[in-house]
Write a new protein. Structure first.
Length: 213
């Protein structure tokens, strides 16, 4: 696996993660064949408007082709499509749903052998990590869940200061990377770097990530 982009979040209609995506596209050759996994929502993002928004955005970024993976695809076709892609793009939604579906279809194992560029947006980014910090919708409290462990770190997406006290408590046991919308952590063969402002919570304290990397 060459390089993974963990994008903290993006409003696709506003394209406020464009800087991160352009860097990923550059790493994938500039005009990559993109494979999209819209599996993080219960409805698979199958409405025309939603898919067209993502499709148009990826083409705008320079994708030579954009293929959306249907959940009902055969295992043979799934392996072939992953092998043919230059860049794999995981959409937002629910990280727990995406993790469950990837494990059920064996995508996590296929991605570990993938030699291209992977971009995870929001839930897509969280799912790729060893662990992730997610918000319980009913209580608005945070909890840690296990991810797919393609990247050995714990991440909080859509970071804002209002969750600092909760994150600090979790950081007594876990090093937590907090990534705002439009920012990203880039994992490249065991090394980490950041694009735009990101933060590290450790031992109950918060530091800006570039100051500790």
């Amino acid at each position: 696996m060459r390089k993974v982009y963990l994008l903290g979040g993006e409003r696709v209609h506003k394209r406020d993660g464009e800087e991160v995506n352009r860097q990923a596209f550059s790493d994938a050759g500039g005009s990559p064949d993109v494979l999209v996994f819209p599996w993080a929502r219960a409805n698979f993002d199958q409405t025309y408007q939603q898919q067209k928004l993502v499709y148009d955005y990826l083409r705008y970024l320079g994708a030579r082709s954009v293929t959306v993976v249907d959940y009902s695809i055969s295992q043979r076709e799934l392996r072939e499509k992953i092998a043919q892609a230059d860049l794999i793009y995981l959409t937002g939604g629910s990280p727990s749903i995406l993790i469950e579906r990837f494990k059920h279809r064996g995508v996590d194992r296929l991605l570990k052998d993938f030699d291209g560029t992977i971009v995870g947006r929001s839930a897509g980014a969280l799912a790729l990590c060893k662990k992730c910090l997610v918000t319980i919708r009913v209580t608005k409290q945070l909890k840690i869940i296990n991810g797919l462990n393609l990247v050995d770190l714990t991440m909080k997406a859509h970071y804002s200061r209002k969750k600092d006290e909760q994150i600090k408590k979790f950081s007594m046991d876990e090093r937590i990377f907090a990534v705002p919308r439009g920012s990203a952590i880039v994992y490249d063969k065991g090394t980490l770097k950041c694009i735009n402002q990101t933060f590290l919570f450790e031992n109950g304290k918060r530091q800006e990530y570039p100051t500790v990397c």
